[in-house]
Design a protein around this ligand. Structure first.
Ligand code: PXG
Length: 287
C-alpha cells in the first residue's frame, strides 16, 4: 500500500514526497533524525525523542523550522494517515538545498520529513534464544571527532560495523571506542549483568544515549536491581553472567554469545528476561 508522507507541513502521497539533489542531507549527510515506535496508536516517549532531535539539531547549528507542538502533532497525523497502530516512525530534518560546497549557511529551506511504516522486527527466536554478536574492527567514532550523541544522517561509522557483523553471520556487532572500551552496538545500546548488578557504558564512552536504555535503567531501579554506568572492556563482557541490547526497534534482546564465547550459561538470563517483560508491559501502558 502506498504510504502517506509528511513533508514540510503537509501530508502527501509517497510518490510526491521528493527532495532536491542539492539537499545537504543527501550531499553530506548533513541533518538529524529520530526513529520512534508507536504501540496501539500511542508514540512511546515522544517527548524524549523530540528533546534528542532538538539537541542533535542544536549541536549542528540547524534550526528546526517548526514548533515542537506542531511536529508532535504531525507525528500523530502521519500515523493516522497511514492507519498505523503499531508502527515505526522516522523523523528527519535535513539541512536543505544549498550549493555544491560544504557551507551550511548557503542552504535554505530545511526539509522536515516524517515516514510511518510497519516495523520489521528480529525473528521471534532471537528473543527466545538470544543473539550471537561479534566485535567489529571499526571503532565507534571519537567524541572529539563527531559526538555519537548527535543522531545525524551520517551513519557510515555504524554501517561499516554492521557490515562486519553481517559478514560474520550476525545481525548486530559490538563497537569499541578509540580506547578499546565497550561503547555500544551499531543501532543498540548494551548492558551486562554481573551478580546482582547491571552495568552499561556511560555517555562519555561514545554512545548514543538511547531512549530505550533510559527506560530500562528506570525499570531496573523500580525492580530494585542495582544498575549503574561503568566503563567496560571486552573482558567484562566475556565474563558477564548476562548480556542484552536495547533499542527502539529491538526493544530488549538477549545476547548469548560474543566473539565465540558463551555469555554466562549461554542462554538468556533471569534479569534479562525480567526486564524484557517489564519493558513489554511499559510500552503497552505507555508511560
Ligand atoms: N545506539 C545507536 C548508535 C543507535 O542508532 C540506539 C543506540 C538505541 O537508541 P534508542 O533511542 O532507539 O533506544 C540507536 C538507535 C532503525 C534504526 O531503523 C535504529 C537506530 C538507529 C538508526 C536506525 O532500526 N537505533
Amino acid at each position: 500500500m502506498p504510504r502517506t508522507i509528511f513533508m514540510n507541513d503537509r501530508l502527501v502521497p509517497e510518490e510526491e514526497a521528493r527532495i532536491s539533489v542539492f539537499d545537504h542531507g543527501l550531499l553530506y549527510g548533513d541533518g538529524v533524525f529520530e526513529g520512534l515506535r508507536s504501540y496501539s496508536g500511542r508514540v512511546f516517549r515522544l517527548n524524549d525523542h523530540l528533546d534528542r532531535l532538538w539537541a542533535s539539531a542544536r549541536a549542528i547549528c540547524l534550526e528546526i523550522p517548526m514548533s515542537r507542538e506542531r511536529l508532535s502533532q504531525a507525528v500523530l497525523d502521519t500515523l493516522i494517515a497511514n492507519k498505523l497502530e503499531d508502527g515505526y516512525i522516522r523523523l528527519i530534518v535535513t539541512r536543505g538545498a544549498g550549493t555544491l560546497g560544504l557551507d551550511p549557511n548557503r542552504c535554505h529551506d530545511p526539509q522536515i520529513i516524517i515516514i510511518a511504516d510497519t516495523i520489521s522486527l528480529y525473528p521471534k527466536e532471537f528473543y527466545e534464544q538470544g543473539l550471537r554478536i561479534v566485535t567489529a574492527a571499526t571503532q565507534r567514532i571519537q567524541t572529539a571527532a563527531l559526538s555519537p550523541r548527535i543522531k545525524s544522517l551520517n551513519y557510515l561509522n555504524n554501517i561499516m560495523a554492521k557490515l562486519e557483523g553481517l559478514q560474520a553471520g550476525c545481525v548486530e556487532a559490538l563497537m569499541l571506542n578509540h580506547k578499546g572500551e565497550v561503547a555500544e552496538c551499531t543501532g543498540d545500546n548494551i548492558f551486562v549483568v554481573r551478580g546482582e548488578r547491571m552495568l552499561t557504558p556511560p555517555p562519555d564512552a561514545g554512545i548514543l544515549e538511547g531512549i530505550t536504555r533510559s527506560a530500562v535503567m528506570e525499570l531496573a531501579s523500580k525492580e530494585d536491581i542495582d544498575c549503574r554506568e561503568a566503563t567496560l572492556t571486552r573482558h567484562d563482557l566475556y565474563t558477564a553472567d548476562e548480556c542484552f541490547l536495547t533499542g527502539t526497534a529491538a526493544e530488549v534482546i538477549p545476547v548469548v554469545e560474543i566473539d565465540g564465547r558463551p555469555i554466562g550459561e549461554g542462554i538468556p538470563g533471569p534479569i534479562t528476561k525480567k526486564l524484557k517483560d517489564c519493558f513489554h508491559s511499559l510500552v503497552r501502558q505507555n508511560s
